[in-house]
Design a protein. Structure first.
Length: 385
């Protein structure tokens, strides 16, 4: 090799080395700018106090959760109150989630990791599409925009559940807007980040307890009415023949006191088309607290029901003194019972106010929840009596 060839060879080495060094520093710059350092938080700049709106969108649906008048509400459910615990839990997870892996993935490969943004996917296409998650402040400015993609699984040989044979959710691929093609795998699957509006409504419901009488009426049902004279007294049919089976009464009254809905109905026209109000079964419950709950159940084609309810009446403001055997209450016992009554009354009045406020909406009640309330009279009677 002569001197000229040697110099050309050294020049090539320098050029290749310089290009490699430039690419290296470019990668380092992108890595630093993305904030996606291994072991670091994914969103170190995000402050929970700034978040006033959360929007989630996937290939089939969308939900917007907005803070209005200090109450989180579900816009797609007519402003129905949202579950604050679920919202805050998801945002806190997003604040704390750690980066466990980073990689550069070109846009053409995003569908392989379910990182294709819903607005960029073909209409109705679900394959390869992720869940868009946007957090905004009170002015509407987007603070964070990211796409949640494929869930990563971790083998757990100690987990006996059949659905864990391929592994349990342990992380998720995430593409954060403004960080180029840098894809992070985070330490939490963020499974609560779903775009279904019904998943975010507050699930607390009315609670008809201390029931004195319960009546079923309406078209297409077997009508009955049961009642008792005292709170711990024996249930009986209020009219007609037959002997009421005690377990049937307990089943019906317990069911009314522990209902749970699956979604909120906001399209009244669709509701009327699917479940005519004239076909609704009507349950009327009178309680020892002087409250009357009227519940209407209209059947849907899928076996569920549309539920509407009203609450009327006013709880008694004073306590009826109790007797200890043949003697009147002792002063110290009366004072204790008066305080307990006042505390219970305060809680009951607050609960009734909330129930009355929520009665303006209609609800989807799963069929299995309604079944104990729609028993036929013959099912509730003791056979042969």
């Amino acid at each position: 090799m002569n001197r000229k060839q040697f110099l050309w060879l050294m020049l090539v080495v320098v050029l290749l080395g310089g290009a490699g060094l430039a690419l290296f520093w470019q990668d380092i710059t992108l890595y630093r700018d993305s904030g996606a350092k291994i072991g670091a938080r994914l969103m170190p700049e995000l402050k929970i106090s700034d978040v006033a709106k959360l929007r989630l969108q996937d290939a089939g649906q969308e939900v917007t959760l907005a803070l209005k008048d200090k109450v989180w509400r579900v816009e797609q459910r007519g402003g129905y109150p949202a579950d604050f615990a679920e919202i805050s839990g998801l945002i806190l997870k997003l604040l704390d989630v750690k980066v466990v892996q980073t990689e550069t993935v070109g846009a053409s490969l995003h569908p392989r990791l379910n990182l294709l943004a819903p607005d960029k996917a073909a209409k109705g296409a679900k394959e390869g599409t992720g869940t868009l998650m946007e957090l905004s402040d009170a002015s509407g400015k987007v603070l964070v925009s990211l796409v949640l993609g494929k869930v990563s699984l971790k083998k757990d040989p100690m987990n006996p559940l059949p659905n864990a044979k391929d592994g349990v959710p342990a992380g998720r691929h995430v593409l954060v807007a403004g960080r180029g093609d840098s894809v992070a795998v985070v330490s939490d699957p963020l499974e609560k980040a779903v775009a279904a509006p019904g998943a975010w409504v507050a699930k607390d419901f009315f609670k008809a307890d201390r029931i004195r009488s319960l009546q079923l009426a309406g078209e297409g049902v077997s009508p009955w009415k049961i009642s008792r004279d005292e709170e711990w007294g024996q249930w009986k049919f209020a009219s007609g023949g037959g002997t009421l089976h005690p377990s049937a009464a307990v089943t019906a009254t317990n069911a009314l006191g522990s209902l749970a809905f699956s979604d909120v109905v906001i399209d009244d026209k669709v509701d009327n088309d699917r479940a005519g109000k004239e076909k609704a079964a009507v349950l009327t419950a009178e309680t020892f607290d002087n409250l009357t709950y009227t519940v209407k159940l209209a059947p849907l084609a899928n076996g569920d029901f549309v539920l509407r309810y009203t609450v009327a009446g006013t709880p008694p403001k004073t306590r009826k003194p109790e007797a200890d055997g043949k003697n009147a209450e002792k002063p110290e016992d009366a004072a204790k019972r008066d305080k307990e009554f006042a505390d219970n009354l305060q809680r009951l009045e607050a609960r009734v106010l909330l129930e009355q406020a929520r009665s303006q909406w209609a609800y989807v009640l799963p069929g299995k929840m309604a079944a104990p309330l729609l028993m036929k009279r013959e099912q509730m009677a003791v056979p042969g009596r």
